[in-house]
Design a protein around this ligand. Structure first.
Ligand SMILES: [Zn+2]
Length: 197
């Protein structure tokens, strides 16, 4: 009996180790805003909640995959920009994707947009943005890829991008971004490109 238990223990250890080892890529999903900082707000829909919902779907998708997904927040709490970057760099991730939504006074403006920084990881970040853009075969149209001087993009110690998933001020984008199917489609598209990288 004891030998059997020992064997079972060894088998469990091997299984655990093989699962641990199977994660060969770490990606931090920066869940933007949170707490008192709700980001964009349109018709009581907030950027902070959309970002969290898509991020949690991404984390679900990563289970039993080779990609480890770490979120900068997994509840409605405020994390300062400085603390986010410190947290991100502590994880030593391979990539960072910061999730946002957009808003504009003209409600006909729609589409998702990707930004990369101008820091040390400029080229790799640009490549990350274009890989993501190729995968984002979703109902929201692309507004292209642009360089930006955002603090997080400048200070993350790895390739990083901002993804503005769509305009909460545009009725079609908003419907998509708040729907279970739209959020799932965005999460799947992002996850597919992370697996490819
Ligand atoms: Zn934002």
């Amino acid at each position: 009996m004891k030998t059997l238990l020992k064997l079972l223990g060894a088998a469990l250890l091997i299984i655990t180790l093989s699962f641990t080892n199977s994660k060969n890529k770490t990606v931090v999903i920066d869940v933007s805003h949170g707490g008192h900082d709700h980001g964009q707000k349109e018709h009581s829909i907030t950027e902070k909640e959309i970002a969290l919902q898509v991020a949690q779907k991404l984390q679900e998708l990563s289970q039993n995959s080779s990609v480890e997904i770490i979120l900068t927040r997994d509840s409605d709490m405020f994390v300062s920009l400085k603390d986010r970057v410190a947290f991100i760099n502590k994880q030593k991730p391979h990539y960072v994707i910061s999730l946002h939504t957009n808003g504009y006074k003209d409600e006909s403006t729609s589409g998702y947009k990707l930004f990369y920084g101008d820091g040390d990881y400029h080229e790799a970040s640009k490549k990350l943005a274009s890989t993501l853009s190729e995968s984002l075969d979703i109902a929201i149209q692309s507004r292209g890829i642009k360089q930006a001087g955002f603090y997080l993009l400048k200070n993350a110690a790895c390739p990083s991008v901002f993804l503005e998933m769509g305009f909460l001020s545009n009725p079609e984008d908003r419907d998509y971004l708040t729907s279970e199917s739209g959020q799932t489609a965005i999460a799947i598209a992002i996850f597919k490109s992370l697996e490819q990288l």
